[in-house]
Design a binder for this molecule. Structure first.
Ligand SMILES: *Cc1c(COP(=O)(O)O)cnc(C)c1O
Length: 326
């Protein structure tokens, strides 16, 4: 029997599953979108689903503070700050590097949501994270540590549930997908979708477009996390890297560096469907999907689901580079 996990309700679920008729006409294949940018938590995104389970565990452990880490424009940190506020907990964020001159996008929202922000400066972020946790404990707090992206087996389990949600929408709308395409970074979303695919009998391809990692590394990470997630849910199954599909051809200038491909994807989604994808994650995944369609790797006769994972607040941090895209 699959295990039922405790969740703390944060997200507006189910998120819509919608066709993309004008983008489909522009590109060829029949395209759909799963709107996890509309999970609703202070700007929404995929971390909200994971945080429902992580926050429930934090509260069960009687924690009074959530501590996590991320990049300066981390959507995960912003959603963690909002989740902490919802539950009346403190939130401490360890962000990479130095405080920027301009406070905008997700960083602005972190401030507004009341997070206590620490900068790792020139030191490794993990070291500052460990120190921060130790200092919290020493001062008598009860911190709950959330690793990068909330990508633990418990966090990933949220995307097994999301796959069940998708399955009932597919049944109601009578649609089947040849592939599910999405942005993959810390691996939790990917691992949950992989384990969830097994749970619902999804036979199409689960294709993560890597945002920052080499394909081999991300495949290994996702395989291990999917294995641990299946074990946690009492449906044990061992995944190996060869079971995991990653495309790392779209890393461009590196993590969070927006290039021409992301800019084109942002403009195309906006102009054809009135949809906003972000410069770091969903814009990169969309750019990858567009290129795979143009090169014929994704066939024109296919039906594809693009899983939108959020990230729109980061658009404001790229305003200078985006203002000529109109
Ligand atoms: C974190 C994030 C992802 C990647 O999800 P992981 O579970 O970390 O792989 C994708 N899109 C957006 C907008 C994100 O914030």
């Amino acid at each position: 029997m699959p295990t039922d996990l405790h969740r703390y309700a944060l997200a507006h679920l189910p998120t819509p599953l919608e066709p993309l008729p004008r983008l489909s006409r522009a590109l060829g294949p029949r395209l759909f979108i799963k709107r996890d940018d509309l999970t609703g938590l202070a700007g929404g995104g995929n971390k909200t689903r994971k945080l429902e389970y992580l926050l429930a565990e934090a509260l069960a452990q009687n924690a009074d503070t959530l501590v996590t880490m991320g990049a300066v424009q981390s959507n995960h940190c912003r959603q963690t700050a909002a989740a902490a506020a919802c539950a009346g907990l403190r939130c401490v964020l360890v962000l990479r590097g130095h405080a920027p001159a301009q406070i905008t996008g997700n960083l602005l929202l972190d401030h507004l949501l009341g997070a206590d922000i620490r900068w790792s400066g020139d030191r490794p972020r993990e070291a500052v994270f460990a120190e921060t946790l130790a200092a919290e404990r020493e001062s008598g707090r009860r911190p709950y540590a959330i690793p990068l992206g909330g990508s633990t087996p418990l966090g990933a389990a949220a995307y097994v549930a999301a796959m069940r949600e998708l399955k009932s929408q597919m049944d109601v709308q009578d649609v089947r997908f040849d592939r599910i395409v999405f942005a993959s970074s810390s691996g939790g979303t990917h691992a949950g979708i992989v384990a969830g695919a097994e749970a619902i009998g999804f036979r199409g391809e689960v294709l993560g477009v890597s945002v920052d990692m080499a394909a081999d590394d991300l495949c290994g990470l996702v395989a291990q996390l999917a294995t641990e997630t299946a074990t946690l849910l009492n449906t044990p199954l061992a995944y190996t890297a060869s079971d995991i599909h990653v495309n790392a051809d779209y890393l461009g200038g590196g993590y969070a560096v927006m290039g021409p491909a992301e800019r084109e994807a942002i403009a195309l989604f906006a102009h054809t469907e009135g949809l906003l994808v972000d410069p770091v994650y969903t814009g990169r995944a969309a750019a990858g999907m567009i290129d795979l369609i143009r090169r014929g790797v994704i066939g024109k006769d296919e039906t594809i689901l693009f899983w939108h994972t959020g990230g729109q607040p980061a658009l404001w941090a790229y305003a200078e580079q985006l203002r000529d895209e109109g």
